[in-house]
Design a protein around this ligand. Structure first.
Ligand SMILES: NC(=O)c1ccc[n+]([C@@H]2O[C@H](COP(=O)([O-])OP(=O)(O)OC[C@H]3O[C@@H](n4cnc5c(N)ncnc54)[C@H](O)[C@@H]3O)[C@@H](O)[C@H]2O)c1
Length: 349
């Protein structure tokens, strides 16, 4: 049994609490928030949970692991304290506000043999698992492009721009599907409501094999959109996370230069229109799978799929994106960090 404490009881923290509460390998033992009222609400649902106004109570004996679901600016300090006190940590995305902080947490966890996992929830999404296998199997062919859109009206964040809020999910999905890290990044965007905080942005990830990836993130859209299109040389796939029952569609569509083409008339190519397949995707809650994986890594000593290195990769991309945003969309080269090397080594899925 792993005794888990929840740090941050706003929107997402209670979802950690519900999932840990429901998992056989965990005891939900404590909840903490700066706002004293919020853990009290948790107590109405889980009467045995110790609530506290002092973070140090949570770090005492009796708690083995902490789930950090607070604003990103606080992740580093809270996760660091928890690690220094010998607790395993599941810290929400994005892992930290800077790659330096992320690196420090990785070193702390590694030196203490503690599990440090990042809440890249989509890593654990059954639809993303399905797409990962689909890409890996070669059924889509060579991946030409990935296009992602994560749009809605709000929720505006006072301390981070829209890329830091929404793009971590699509960055994780893209890196996971391609099993690669980008060599360069560029971003354009603007702050329409608060000029200092970009609320609509377009992020481009450049990969060494020529695959193009584009992520559109917006807090200023009339509809909730969570859409990813993967364009392959053989087939194409669309992942619509808003759809209840038909999240993934595989289109047997494409185009090719005809084999019997005479060299004087290479154009137009042949367009191919084939079947559209809708596979069954399990509806297991991704956060449940994520929390369960965290417990498994603690009890079995494994390395999380979304470990600190994965968190660092995302933070480094967001840092480069911020740089590009302030440079009018200039392409920023990604530093060749140990994180990229680790990414290459972690091709276990
Ligand atoms: N993985 C996902 O799909 C997913 C989804 C939503 C949010 N998140 C992440 O979860 C985190 C929290 O987001 P949220 O939407 O719940 O925010 P929120 O504002 O609803 O809740 C944050 C809570 O943290 C508390 N808090 C602030 N500073 C604190 C501190 N120093 N110590 C203790 N408590 C503190 C606040 O009082 C509040 O109750 C963010 O990092 C966000 O990116 C992840």
């Amino acid at each position: 049994m792993v005794n888990v404490g929840i740090i941050g009881c706003g929107y997402w923290g209670p979802k950690h609490a519900r999932n840990f509460h429901g998992l056989a390998g965990a005891n939900l033992t404590a909840a903490w928030d700066l706002d004293e009222e919020r853990p009290r609400q948790a107590r109405t649902q889980y009467p045995y949970v110790a609530t506290t106004c002092d973070f140090r109570d949570l770090l005492r004996d009796g708690v083995d692991a902490g789930g950090v679901a607070t604003p990103v600016g606080t992740h580093y300090q809270l996760a660091r304290e928890a690690l220094l006190n010998g607790k395993h940590v599941l810290v929400e995305k994005p892992m930290t506000s800077s790659s330096r902080e992320a690196m420090e947490l990785i070193e702390l966890a590694e030196n203490r043999n503690l599990v440090l996992m990042v809440g890249h929830t989509y890593e654990y999404h059954p639809a993303v698992d399905y797409l990962r296998q689909l890409v890996k199997s070669g059924e889509l062919g060579e991946i030409y492009a990935i296009d992602a859109a994560r749009l809605n009206l709000g929720l505006f964040q006072p301390d981070i721009n829209v890329l830091w809020d929404l793009a971590p999910h699509d960055i994780c999905i893209t890196l996971s599907l391609l099993d690669e890290t980008p060599i360069a990044v560029s971003a354009r965007g603007a702050g329409h409501i608060d000029h200092d905080i970009c609320d609509v942005a377009h992020l481009e990830l450049v990969f060494s094999n020529g695959t193009m990836a584009h992520i559109h993130a917006s807090w200023l859209d009339p509809r909730k959109v969570r859409l990813i299109t993967i364009v392959g040389s053989k087939k194409m796939a669309v992942y619509d996370d808003v759809s209840e029952a038909e999240k993934v569609r595989i289109y047997d569509k494409g185009l090719a230069i005809p084999a019997d083409n005479d060299s004087f008339a290479p154009w137009p190519p042949h367009y191919r229109y084939g079947d559209v397949t809708i596979p069954f995707i399990s509806n297991t809650e991704p956060l449940k799978l994520e929390c369960s994986h965290f417990l498994h890594c603690i009890t079995e000593g494994g390395r999380p799929r979304s470990d600190g290195w994965a968190g660092l990769r995302v933070v480094s991309i967001l840092e480069a994106a911020n740089k590009s945003l302030s440079n009018g969309g200039r392409r920023e080269q990604m530093p060749a960090t140990k994180a990229s090397a680790e990414a290459g080594a972690a091709t276990i899925r």
